[in-house]
Design a protein around this ligand. Structure first.
Ligand SMILES: Cc1ncc(COP(=O)(O)O)c(C=O)c1O
Length: 421
C-alpha cells in the first residue's frame, strides 16, 4: 500500500467523534483507484475498508438492516450540520431569498443522477408522500381498477384501500413469485390482472421484503400497450443500482433518498411524466399553476430546508465512491453470503437465484422457525441486527448490508444460520 493510502486509512481510523475526514482526503485517496475495474474493486477489501472508516459504526452489533435508513457517512453528516447552522444563522432571510431557488437546483442535480428531465421531478419527504399523493390525487370513479402486488409496500397498499373506500374503485392484488423463471412470467402475471377498467398499475422497482428487482421496462411496455399508466415504487432503487428513469418508460416514479443515497432522514423524490402532471390533484394546493407544471405538486409548507441542501452533498459522496463500484460491491456482498447458504436443506432463500434479479438486499428464513424468533436469536446470540418479515408469502429475515459491511461480518451471519439450523 502506498503512503497516501496508508495516511488516509490512519487518519480515518483515528476518527473520534470530533474528527471528520475531509472530502479532499477522501477524494485524494479514491483518485488512487481511478481506472481500476469495478469488477476487481468489488472484492478489494482495502478499498472498502477506507470507505468504512468514513462512517461512525456501533460496535454493539453487526448492522445488516440498512434497508430502513442508510445513515450518512461522516463527510455528509458534517455538511448537513453546516447547513443546519447556516440556515439557523440566516433565518427568515434564507427562507425568503434563496430557499426555493436552491431547492430547484437540488432537484435539477438529482434529475441528472436518476436520468430524467429537471422539470418533471420534485423533492419530497419520502416515497410514502410521493406515491400516496399520486394514489390519492387521481380522479377515481366507482368501478375503476388498480393493479398491484401483495409484496408491495404497506403504506401504498393502505392508501389504495383508502381510495377504494372513498371512491368505490377496486384493487386487484397479484402475488409475485419468489424465484421467477423468466421476465415473461412476471409480465403475464400483471397482464392477466389488467382489464378495460384498469386505470393504474403499481409495481415495485425492487421489492423491499425480498430484494427482487422487477423487469420494469418490459412491464411498462406491456401495460402501455393496453393503455394503462404505471407508477413505480423505487424506494430502494435510487443509488443502489444504476438505471435511468427515462429508460423505464413509466409514468410516475417515487423514491426515498434517505435509503441508498444516504441523505439525512426525510428526503424523497417524485417524478411525473409531463403529460401526467395535470392528472394529479395536489395533496396541498399550490396556487394557479399550469397543469403541466410539477411545482403544483410541491407545496410543502415550511420544512427542514437543510435536509434538501444536503441532498447535493449526498450525491457528491455517491459520485465519489462511484455508482458502478457501489452497485457491484453490494451485489458482491449479497452473493458472498447467499452462495454459502443457498441449497442447504432447511435454509430458505426468499430472493431469486438469478443474480440479475437482485442487488444488495436478500431475505433468508429457516424452515419451521418464525422470522421474529430468527431475528431475535440473531441479535441476542450473534449480535447481528436484521428485520423479521412475515407477510405476503415471505417468511424470513431481510439482510441489507451497506458499503461499509465486510465479508467477515457476513461470515458471522452464515455461521449463525448454520448453527441455528
Ligand atoms: C418498497 C418501499 N416503498 C416505500 C417505502 C416507504 O418509504 P418511506 O418510509 O421513506 O416513505 C419503503 C420503506 O421501506 C419501501 O421499502
Amino acid at each position: 500500500m502506498d503512503m497516501n493510502k496508508r495516511t488516509f486509512l490512519k487518519s480515518m481510523g483515528a476518527l473520534g467523534l470530533a474528527a471528520v475526514p475531509s472530502a479532499q482526503a477522501l477524494a485524494d485517496w479514491l483518485a488512487e483507484y481511478d481506472g481500476q475495474p469495478s469488477d476487481v474493486l468489488a472484492s478489494d477489501e482495502v478499498f472498502w475498508d477506507g470507505i468504512r472508516q468514513g462512517y461512525r459504526l456501533k460496535i454493539d452489533y453487526i448492522n445488516l438492516e440498512n434497508g430502513y435508513y442508510c445513515f450518512m457517512p461522516l463527510v455528509t453528516l458534517d455538511k448537513f450540520i453546516h447547513h443546519v447552522k447556516e440556515v439557523n444563522f440566516q433565518g427568515s432571510y434564507y427562507m425568503r431569498t434563496v430557499q426555493f431557488e436552491n431547492k430547484k437546483k437540488v432537484a435539477a442535480r438529482l434529475a441528472e443522477v436518476v436520468g430524467c428531465q429537471a422539470d418533471e421531478l420534485i423533492i419530497t419527504r419520502n416515497t410514502t408522500e410521493s406515491l400516496d399523493m399520486v394514489i390519492g390525487g387521481l380522479d377515481w370513479k366507482p368501478g375503476d381498477e388498480a393493479v398491484m402486488a401483495g409484496q408491495d409496500y404497506g403504506a401504498m397498499l393502505e392508501m389504495f384501500k383508502q381510495v377504494s373506500k372513498r371512491y368505490g374503485m377496486i384493487n386487484k392484488i397479484v402475488s409475485v413469485p419468489l424465484d421467477p423463471a423468466s421476465d415473461e412470467e412476471i409480465m403475464d402475471l400483471y397482464a392477466n390482472a389488467i382489464t378495460d377498467k384498469t386505470r393504474l398499475l403499481m409495481i415495485s422497482h425492487i421489492i423491499n421484503i425480498t430484494g427482487q428487482i422487477l423487469p420494469v421496462r418490459k412491464i411498462c411496455d406491456m401495460a402501455h400497450a393496453k393503455g394503462v399508466p404505471v407508477m413505480v415504487d423505487g424506494a430502494h432503487a435510487v443509488a443502489h443500482f444504476r438505471f435511468s428513469i427515462s429508460d423505464l418508460n413509466c409514468d410516475y416514479y417515487g423514491s426515498s433518498l434517505h435509503k441508498w443515497l444516504s441523505t439525512p432522514l426525510g428526503a424523497g423524490m417524485l417524478w411525473v411524466k409531463k403529460e401526467n402532471i395535470g392528472n394529479v390533484w395536489p395533496l396541498l394546493a399550490e396556487g394557479d399553476l399550469p397543469a403541466d407544471n410539477i411545482a403544483r405538486l410541491n407545496h410543502t409548507g415550511t420544512h427542514p430546508v437543510h435536509t434538501d441542501l444536503t441532498i447535493l452533498d449526498a450525491i457528491e459522496f455517491y459520485q465519489m465512491v462511484g455508482p458502478e463500484r457501489k452497485e457491484k460491491r453490494l451485489r458482491y456482498l449479497q452473493n458472498y453470503w447467499t452462495k454459502k447458504v443457498r441449497g442447504i436443506p432447511g435454509i430458505i432463500l426468499n430472493t431469486p437465484a438469478d443474480p440479475a434479479r437482485s442487488c444488495g438486499i436478500a431475505n433468508v428464513g429457516i424452515e419451521g422457525m418464525n422470522p421474529e424468533a430468527l431475528a431475535e436469536k440473531l441479535m441476542k446470540q450473534y449480535h447481528i441486527y436484521t428485520v423479521a418479515i412475515d407477510v405476503a408469502g415471505v417468511h424470513g429475515c431481510r439482510i441489507t448490508p451497506n458499503i461499509f459491511t465486510t465479508p467477515a461480518e457476513l461470515d458471522v451471519l452464515v455461521e449463525a444460520l448454520k448453527n441455528i439450523l
